[in-house]
Ligand binder design. Structure first.
Ligand SMILES: [Zn+2]
Length: 153
């Protein structure tokens, strides 16, 4: 499942990446360019704009909510897929690139000391070299996933 997210929803694009989904954030106002890219790369278009429903042959969800958690809920519900915990934390939040594993020894001095002490698994983005671990974003995602579990009863 791959996405292209329009410019009103940069936060949603990042959250989808945190969840492990390939999500292009399209921050231009160029609608033909947006449509062509969605079609060419077979991406599901996530947008706030009703106007885009006139384009046929494109899979799209018109997002109705303002808060990113609600936007995610709507995306998951309308498309009917399950977020899998094993995919979380596999993609760079900033560049959308798949992350590579990196050993603790190689990142000494590159992350705060307490992080080194408290975390075991680290990943690195091959494009921006940013180092990731299950920190703040992870807690947010866990909160959201648990909320969904509770919702199911
Ligand atoms: Zn990156």
């Amino acid at each position: 499942m791959r996405f292209i997210v329009t410019k009103e929803m940069g936060k949603l694009a990042k959250w989808l990446r945190i969840l492990g989904y390939d999500s292009v954030y399209y921050d231009k106002s160029d609608t033909p360019g947006l449509i062509i890219r969605a079609l060419r790369e077979e991406r599901i278009l996530l947008t706030r704009s009703d106007g885009l429903t006139k384009y046929k042959g494109i899979k799209l969800v018109v997002i109705k909510h303002d808060h990113v958690e609600d936007q995610l809920d709507q995306t998951v519900e309308e498309l009917g897929f399950q977020v899998e915990e094993k995919h979380v934390f596999t993609r760079c939040i900033e560049c959308n690139a798949p992350l590579n594993g990196i050993s603790k020894a190689k990142i000494e001095g590159k992350v705060p000391e307490y992080v080194l002490k408290t975390q075991e698994i680290f990943k690195i983005c091959p494009e921006c070299n940013k180092i990731f671990w299950k920190g703040t974003h992870w807690d947010m995602v866990k909160g959201w996933l648990e909320g969904r579990e509770r919702g199911k009863g």
